[in-house]
Ligand binder design. Sequence first.
Ligand code: ZN
Length: 343
Amino acid sequence: MSYVGPDGDDFEDFYRDDDPRRGSGGRRFGGRPLLVTFAALVPTALAAWVLWQVVGGPGETEPPKVLPAAGQPASSSAPASPTPKAESPSAASASPSKSAPAPSKTPPRKTTAPAAGGSGPLRGKVVVIDPGHNPGNFKHTADINRSVNVGNGSKECDTTGTSTNGGYTEAQFTLDVARRLRSILEQQGATVQLTQNGDRAWGPCVTERAAIGNKAHADAVVSVHADGSAAGNRGFHVILPASVQAGAADTRPIVGPSRDLGERIAGNFLKVTGEPPSNYIGKGTALDTRSDLGGLNLSTVPKVFIECGNMRDAQDAGRLTSGAWRQKAAQGISEGIVSFLHG
Ligand code: ZN
């Protein structure tokens, strides 16, 4: 796809597929039939209000919006913008069969800075969450395309990321999961910093993303992503840093602890979300090791990437576009981090 860099910082860059079954990516959320049936019983204006209230629209972490994906017209089978019921984590509460954790009541903070250290089992622990890409990257291609040195080579400063066939962007996904993850970890007392929180026009560059974790002396860093592989390729995988010693990169001290972190995140993500290990990377282990990602090469603290699913696969996209599922994704990642921090 034209909006994916030729040599970016993501696996999706190797799969510049353009699925001819565009529009097949549907949303799946258990509460919808119930809500639609209920809505049919009341006048339209009231129905809209009731729907908003029932699904907890105001509790959404940010107003749902779809950013233009360069070279990608909106799918005719998908709504122009996601509706609140598709995006709200509260949608799960409308379905008696769901048991997703309740969404945080805390309004989202729009800054990357950590809150004052809290109390709880993670008190004193520092976690940096790196939401992959940036919703504004699409409008700043010259800025993100410039080369940066990642130790063993050069890469683009940042990439736009991928999207579902329906137009839900990876950058929206990563920000939403990161905010949910931050809430969960802060509730346990951790000091949490985001590398970006939709509070800057583009980026940061992968070099800066690594530097933020280093400067924070983070006990753990997780970079949140979703993949853009071919339809039919499914599942999640965690990317671990390879041993790299070149230029400014020296990952040797973090290879071991990062593997530990990654294995714990993979196990807990599988347990909480039910998302299967990738069927196209890692031979069923849900783990991959790479030496070409600047965000890993330049890290001096334990760090992994997680590709939560494949946005170009309809079944995975149904999960990735569900607020209830994203809450589970954040919960699974958090449990892996907590397990790692407690040793
Ligand atoms: Zn990505």
